[in-house]
Design a protein around this ligand. Structure first.
Ligand code: GRF
Length: 204
């Protein structure tokens, strides 16, 4: 791909991953452009971060809207910005079949654990409470399950004896901020080849 990869980001909250991606693009580490940030919550921190960077924002409130109706609207909005890649960055909603079918293998997510361990909410705390010695984060393609799609990249983080769930989450987040831009760079350079459940990375 010689042209810039057109990225749409979906977020619901703080937006630190959104910022790490936007800043990596700004530093020219990824040949891409964030064409739209879509937030389903009007108070998401990601909104200010996008506006500050001159990135277009669309607020599509999901509260009280039935999922099929919301998904239909979301597909419309996404199609209108013609994305090559849809990046979920702390998007706290299930991505419905309608959306996945409209953008097959074009949606990616980051999860704060080493999948398939600890899918779902509060993954860092799940791992901490379980007592694992190693956890981490995973970037994966999104399929119809919850955190079940093909794995693109993973990074491990050691759990220290004096960690709390909070200190551990902080170290995982710092790794997320490196891993997500790297996965997006590989996608944008056309280096990800999907073979069944396996994502093969062309290293050159
Ligand atoms: C991150 O921990 C990410 O792994 C999970 O949601 C959190 C989003 O954080 N999917 P932020 O909004 O990017 O700061």
């Amino acid at each position: 791909m010689s042209d810039k990869t057109r990225i749409a980001v979906l977020a619901s909250g703080r937006g630190s991953n959104f910022v790490s991606i936007a800043d990596a693009i700004k530093r020219d580490e990824i040949n891409a452009e964030i064409v739209l940030l879509i937030c389903n919550k009007p108070d998401a921190g990601a909104i200010d971060a996008a506006r500050f960077r001159g990135i277009e924002v669309k607020i599509l409130q999901s509260k009280g809207v039935p999922a099929p109706e919301y998904d239909e609207k979301l597909v419309q909005v996404l199609k209108s910005c013609n994305p090559d890649l849809i990046v979920l960055a702390g998007y706290m909603k299930i991505v419905g079949k309608q959306i996945i079918d409209a953008f097959p293998m074009k949606i990616i997510n980051i999860h704060p654990a080493l999948l398939p361990s600890f899918p779902g909410l509060d993954a860092q705390k799940q791992a901490f409470d379980y007592g694992v010695k190693v956890t981490g984060c995973t970037v994966h393609f999104v399929d119809e399950g919850v955190d079940t799609g093909p794995v693109i990249l993973q990074k491990s983080v050691l759990v220290d004896d004096d960690d709390t769930a909070e200190t551990l989450s902080k170290r995982i987040l710092a790794e997320e901020h490196r891993l997500y831009p790297e996965a997006i760079r590989l996608f944008s350079e056309g280096k990800l080849k999907i073979e069944g459940r396996r994502v093969i990375i062309e290293r050159s």
